[in-house]
Design a protein around this ligand. Sequence first.
Ligand code: PAF
Length: 296
Amino acid sequence: MNICILGAGAIGSLWACYLHNAGHSVSLWTRSSETSISLSLDERPPLVFPCNQESQLANADLLIVTVKAWQVESAIHPIISLLNPSCSIIFSHNGMGAVEAILPQISNHPVLFATTTHGALRKNKNQIQHTGHGQTIIGSLNNLADEQLDKLVEAFDLALPPALSDSNIGQALWNKLAINCCINPLTALNDCRNGELAAKDTLEIIDSLCFEIAMVINAEGFTCDNNELFTRTQQVIEATSANFSSMHQDIHHNRPTEIDYITGYLLQRALTHNIDTPMNKQLFKQIKQKEAQNDH
Ligand code: PAF
C-alpha cells in the first residue's frame, strides 16, 4: 500500500518504520517544510521517508492520522482536498470527540480508528524507540470502512503484531478513555510517574473517579462495571509504573494537554445524561489551571 502518516510523533514514527519494513511505501506529512525525514528505530540503521510531498498524498491508499486530538481538525483540514476519495483514513490518538467533529467533512472516505497499547519514545527528531510491546485494535467509524477493515487489520498485524479488528470500537475507546481519565490528570497534578498512583490515598480518589466514569459509560449505552474498571486501572498503573503519562509530559513540557478530549469529553457526555461527576470536574478544573499557568 501507499501509506501517508500525518504527524511524525512517537506512534506515527513507530508505525512508519514497521510499515516500511513490512514492504509498504510510506511517506510522512508534518508541519515542517522538510521534503524527507530520516528515522532510526531502536538501534537500527536510519530509514529515509519522503515528507510533505503532495504526489505521495494524492497516491495514498491509506492516511494514518497520529496527531493529538486537539490538532486533528487543523492538521487534516488543509489536506482533505488533496486525497484520493478511495483513500482510507485511520485516526489514532488519546481521547474522544475530535473525529466526530470532522466526520461529515470526510464522509466519502472509509474512516477508522485505531487504539494501541504499544509504547514509543521519540528520543530526538530522528530516533524512535519501541519502549513497550502492546497491541492495536482497529474499528470502523463509517459504513465505507467496513469493506476495508480486514485488509487494514492484516497490514497492521503483519507489520507490528498483534492487530485485531473490533466491531464495537466505541466500547474500546470508552475503555481507554476511562483509564486515561484516572491516570493522566492525577499524574500531571501530582507530578509523578504512573506507578506512584498506587498509594492508598490516590487509589481512593481513583475509586471515586471510576464510580462516576462507569455511570457515564453505561448511560452512553456501553458497558462498564466500576469495580472492574478500578481493577483494570490498577493493572495499567502497575504495568506502566515507570512511565510518565502523556498528560504529565505535556504539562512538564509546557504543551497543551488532551484534557478537553479526555475528562472534558466525559463531562460533556455526563451533562447530557444529567449525571453528577464532581471528582472528574475537580480534576478537569485543576488541569485547566495548570495549563493556564504554563501559558504565562
Ligand atoms: O496517555 C498515556 O500516557 C497512556 O494512555 C497511559 C495508559 C495512561 C499510560 O501512561
